[in-house]
Ligand binder design. Structure first.
Ligand SMILES: Nc1ncnc2c1ncn2[C@@H]1O[C@H](COP(=O)(O)OP(=O)(O)OP(=O)(O)O)[C@@H](O)[C@H]1O
Ligand SMILES: [Mg+2]
Length: 470
């Protein structure tokens, strides 16, 4: 941050010197002037944050200097000093916009210091407000992508920056991080936004089917090819093709795709002639494509062709700030879809959502909220509406603390039973969460026999399937 600027105008050089020392001590940059004219010259040349002006100056008076400063730059704060203050002059100065008024001689050396600091604080505050106001690039909903975290702001900025580009984009990120949504946003911000956006999941089709889907085929080129068929690259001409799970494509499809990217042409299966196509390719994968290249299962030349613009979507657990926004977004989406009037998520439920690891990322959160909306009996989602795998430490600690008060109403034996039950549940949930529901591993960690461990799971009414990894 730049140092703040202090200007002192006083015909007494010892006063100017006095303020110069203060400026040095507090790290302000300093300019001194012994007349109003000289002071105005300084003001015309540089930005001044705070001006300390003697009221009784020769030629141009302090009041005139104040008026000129305020008419030129309202943001400069002016502190007036005078030997003979009258109530009228003080009132007039404040009306003209002076920040404060100090009497000479100074009764305490602290007085002018405090006054200057207060004015500097005001300047600082204004600067911060202005910074916030100009940060209008902060977005929470970017073409349907919800996220306020700094990591998502970076994603939005990158999409903005490439909006005029036609280059291929490779989006990497764990499953459920929103790669398809981002691909769609890239298409919507591009000049191709009015043309088709075609999505194909490369892992969902066999090699021949995928090849035929992408590039088309001629009648009779293989057993099921009963007529000519246009490929998606032709259908999407002038538009964008989003190739999801690109890490799964076979070597022969890799070669054909490379040709589309390099030369803008392709040959349908069984055709003699190639066809020119104009498509923008966006590809995505949750696989480690670098590793696939190293292992030789993914062509290096294709990787570089696709990765002209590389993008990485951070996992949800690394952007916990986004969880409340996303949870409320899904709450509104599903409650309106299911015609339910659910308007809030309780504090402890939100705490559990924020503490959970979300290995399935936003998709898993979306599913959890959808389930909660189905189960929720009233207008607030509480921790009880969440699956037990989500209910980490927080819920059970607060829950058992609430119950402790009730324990005293029970006999010792009953209370012990109940407390043990709570402990068991809490302990087992923690282990299952750590091991993704692997009973053998969890029982080994607990130092228990597997069948005894399973008995406790049953007794605690825990649904083991909820711990399955997405
Ligand atoms: N930031 C987000 N804002 C709103 N919804 C989101 C966001 N990220 C993901 N989603 C939702 O989560 C679900 C999964 O998103 P998407 O299909 O884009 O993920 P993906 O990264 O492509 O996953 P996969 O690797 O499994 O294909 C979708 O329903 C999507 O709408
Ligand atoms: Mg996807």
């Amino acid at each position: 941050m730049k140092p703040l600027n202090l200007l002192v105008i006083d015909d007494d050089p010892t006063i100017v010197k006095f303020f110069e020392k203060i400026a040095q001590k507090y790290g302000y940059s300093f300019h001194g002037a012994t007349s109003g004219i000289e002071g105005m010259e300084v003001l015309s040349k540089r930005k001044v944050d705070v001006a300390v002006v003697d009221l009784n100056l020769p030629h141009l008076t302090g009041m005139q200097v104040l008026q000129r400063i305020k008419s030129n730059n309202k943001e400069t704060e002016v502190i007036l000093i005078t030997g003979q203050a009258t109530v009228e002059s003080a009132v007039k100065a404040l009306k003209e916009g002076a920040f404060d008024f100090i009497l000479k001689p100074f009764v305490s050396i602290d007085l002018p210091i405090i006054c200057i600091q207060k004015a500097m604080d005001k300047i600082n505050l204004h600067q911060k407000i202005r910074e916030l106001e100009t940060r209008h690039d902060f977005r929470e909903d970017y073409y349907g992508i919800m996220g306020r975290s700094p990591a998502m702001q970076e994603v939005y900025k990158l999409i903005d920056n490439i909006s005029n580009s036609q280059s291929p984009v490779l989006i990497l990120g764990e499953s459920g991080t929103g790669k398809e949504l981002v691909a769609h946003a890239i298409h919507q911000t591009s000049p191709r936004k009015t043309t088709p956006f075609i999505v194909i999941n490369c892992s969902a089709l066999t090699e021949t089917l995928l090849e035929s889907e992408l590039f088309g085929h001629m009648k009779g080129s293989f057993t099921d090819a009963i007529s000519d068929k246009k490929g998606l690259f032709q259908e999407a001409d002038k538009g964008t093709v989003f190739l999801d799970e690109i890490g799964e494509i076979s070597p022969s499809v890799q070669v054909k795709l490379l040709r589309v990217l390099q030369d803008g042409d392709m040959k349908p299966i069984g055709a003699n002639q190639s066809i020119k196509v104009d498509v923008r390719v966006i590809a995505a994968t949750n696989r480690d494509l670098y590793m696939a290249v190293k292992k030789g299962v993914f062509r290096e030349d294709l990787f570089y062709r696709l990765n002209v613009i590389g993008m990485h979507l951070p996992p949800l657990r690394d952007r916990v700030d986004d969880i409340p926004l996303l949870a409320y977004h899904f709450m509104r989406k599903f409650s309106s879809r299911m015609n339910k009037k659910i308007e809030q998520i309780s504090v402890d439920a939100m705490q559990c959502l924020q503490d959970y690891r979300w290995m399935g990322n936003v998709r898993e959160l979306e599913n959890v909220i959808e389930r909660a909306i189905v189960l929720c009996p009233n207008s607030i989602i509480t921790a009880k509406d969440l699956p037990s795998k989500i209910l980490g430490e927080t819920f059970y600690v607060t829950d058992s603390m609430k119950d402790h008060a009730d324990l005293s109403k029970l006999t010792y034996q009953e209370a012990k039973e109940k407390a043990l039950q709570q402990f068991n549940r809490h302990y087992i949930l923690g282990l299952l969460q750590q091991t993704d529901g692997n009973i053998s591993l969890a029982s080994a960690k607990a130092g228990m026999d597997r069948s005894n461990f399973k008995k406790i799971i049953r007794k605690c009414d825990i649904n083991i399937h909820e711990f399955r990894k997405y």
